[in-house]
Ligand binder design. Structure first.
Ligand code: FAD
Length: 298
């Protein structure tokens, strides 16, 4: 019998600003536990803007779910001492995995803090906490907007890998070829860690355009044109968006992606729907956990 490797399925949340938002996040996380995710991650505001929010959400999700909770941590604007304190706080909470980032440069371009790049924070975490944490870093199949060249960006991932990263999660994209080409480039630079594609469900088109413009993710022309044609027909946008992202996930998994990381925007519905549809092709029911399924790579 052919051996199967479990896929790493993870879901990302952001710390909400309102009580209702917190309630919605908890409800979403609890529903998403049905798919037995490998972990839930919680984003971190650059320059510590949501440091407290991230910490509170990590504690809340640890209390409300049985899934591993993985905080993001971003170095921009923070001093070594502050970062060391955050890392220690997480260690004390039993956190075993972190998503380690630089953070976005503020609009005024002012960059303070002790570290300029995520690779430096990865090295710092290894320095202060050894191998305690599994470290994920960000990767960009469509190239980070500030990278000097495509090769420089892969070299940056190599720096993060050499500094001690264990795996990477990509910025979202809609063109699977960008991901597979990126994996080939990474292999040329001896980066041999799992690189999990980040998946952004298509729901609210205007919001997606705004995000994509900021982070450099490309929305292919044919997708934009089709969605523009639907105008305010929300149901058609949802149905089309689902089909596009479902086919993307299918190609990624069929091509050997080690898992999927869902940018949930604190909503469970799309990730649940996608995973349930993908189950026909890629899931094997897990015996020990009744009523739950575990994704397995064929
Ligand atoms: P880095 O790896 O430091 O790279 C940043 C840029 O600098 C790249 O262009 C790189 O090529 C270049 N670079 C790196 N090192 C050098 C060097 N030595 N010399 C010259 N150029 C260099 N942001 C948040 O604020 N909070 C979050 O919680 C968050 N979560 C994220 C999760 C994922 C999975 C992803 C993909 C992104 C996330 N982001 C988050 C966004 C991220 O912070 C931004 O994309 C940011 O602009 C870059 O972060 P990084 O960690 O990739 O930076």
């Amino acid at each position: 019998m052919k051996a199967v490797t479990p896929l790493t399925i993870s879901c990302e949340f952001f710390p909400p600003k309102t009580v209702e938002g917190v309630q919605q996040l908890c409800t979403s996380a609890i529903s998403l536990e049905a798919i037995v995710p490998h972990f839930f991650s919680v984003t971190f505001g650059a320059a510590g803007a949501t440091r407290e929010g991230t910490l509170q959400m990590v504690k809340l999700l640890q209390a409300k779910t049985s899934t591993m909770i993985v905080p993001h941590i971003a170095c921009l604007g923070l001093a070594r001492l502050d970062l060391a304190a955050i890392i220690e706080e997480y260690r004390a909470l039993g956190v075993k995995r972190l998503v380690v980032l630089r953070g976005d440069v503020p609009k005024d371009g002012q960059v303070l803090g002790d570290f300029q790049f995520a690779s430096e924070l990865v090295a710092f975490i290894r320095e202060v906490s050894g191998d305690h944490f599994h470290i994920d870093v960000a990767a960009y199949p469509e190239i980070h907007p500030q990278a000097q060249s495509a090769t420089d960006d892969v070299l940056n991932l190599a720096r993060k890998y050499e500094a001690g990263a264990n795996s990477a999660i990509t910025q979202y994209f809609f063109n699977p070829d960008a991901y597979f080409h990126y994996l080939d480039e990474c292999a040329k630079f001896n980066i041999f860690m799992p690189i999990t594609p980040g998946i952004m469900p298509i729901t609210q088109f205007n919001r997606l355009v705004r995000f994509s413009d900021n982070c450099g993710a490309e929305i292919p022309r044919w997708i934009r044109k089709r969605i523009e044609q639907y105008a305010d027909d929300h149901n058609s946008i949802q149905a089309f968006g689902f089909e596009v992202v479902y086919k993307l996930c299918e190609r990624l998994l069929a091509g050997g992606a080690p898992g999927l990381h869902f940018y949930t925007l604190n909503k469970a519905e799309q990730a649940l729907k996608l995973l349930s549809a993908l189950q026909r092709y890629h899931l094997v029911k897990s015996k020990p956990v009744p009523n739950k399924v575990v994704l397995m790579k064929k």
